[in-house]
Write a protein that binds this ligand. Structure first.
Ligand code: NI
Length: 242
């Protein structure tokens, strides 16, 4: 069931059979020379929709803006400050809690969101105590099947930003975004992230440690299948967990 396509009474009925909801969360940020700016939102969304197609789950709208301040020297990046993201997450959680959702599962596509999502969970638990819903953060790219497959496909060329895995998956979701461009050097530099200007100086085309010229739509289809399986398993364990 897709929240945006449902009526309030559909949701009321759904709540009699499940108290769980999946919320994809991503970012709107540069993804190197061939990756769409929406990559981090597109990936968890397509995976969540794959889970929805297989199981009786509810998927809420994707939170497509995240904490991407370090990418702001690249045009098209739109970032929330950590404090803004934290407040938004708490508002989303408290709205859902009010209607009886007790298990809220954030399917994340962006490493830069992890610290803030975790901080929001800490705040909710501290403020609501035993009234708090169960909260879980899962990253679509860290499931066991996805990790195994991306290692097999890309090895050390996976890197950590604008990775061939995430770009393949985004292309699988939106093949019209496929871009064939010259990428040099083949493997991007690695290093520590500081402010946005420094990021652009160090990582001039936006990539970190990756070779996204290896991305293909066919790989994306395999990564999609692997991630949907990982998330179906993980979400159902979350629903069953105490
Ligand atoms: Ni990304």
């Amino acid at each position: 069931m897709i929240l945006q396509q449902s009526t309030w009474s559909d949701v009321e009925t759904y709540l009699t059979r499940s108290k769980g909801v999946i919320i994809p969360i991503g970012s709107t940020e540069q993804h190197g020379p061939n990756g769409p700016i929406g990559t981090d939102a597109i990936c968890p969304e397509v995976v969540a929709m794959g889970v929805e197609a297989a199981d009786d789950v509810l998927v809420a709208p994707t939170l497509a803006y995240g904490m991407a301040q370090h990418h702001l020297a690249f045009p098209g990046t739109v970032s929330l400050k950590p404090a803004t993201l934290l407040l938004m997450l708490k508002d989303v959680i408290s709205s859902l809690l009010r209607h009886g959702f007790e298990r809220i599962y954030f399917l994340n596509g962006h490493g830069g969101n992890i610290a803030t999502i975790t901080a929001a969970f800490s705040d909710v638990y501290a403020e609501l105590g035993s009234e708090a819903p169960r909260l879980k953060l899962q990253n679509w790219f860290l499931g066991p099947r996805v990790r195994k497959l991306s290692k097999e496909l890309y090895g050390d060329s996976e890197g950590s930003h604008a990775t061939p895995s995430e770009i393949s998956l985004a292309w699988h979701a939106w093949p019209q975004a496929v871009k064939d461009v010259e990428i040099s050097p083949k493997i991007a530099p690695r290093g520590v992230i500081r402010d946005a200007e420094d990021y652009r100086r160090q990582f001039h085309d936006g990539r970190i440690g990756s070779d996204p010229s290896l991305s293909t739509v066919e790989h994306g289809a395999r990564i999609y299948e692997a991630s949907v399986k990982d998330v179906r398993e993980d979400y159902s364990a979350f629903l069953r967990g105490v």
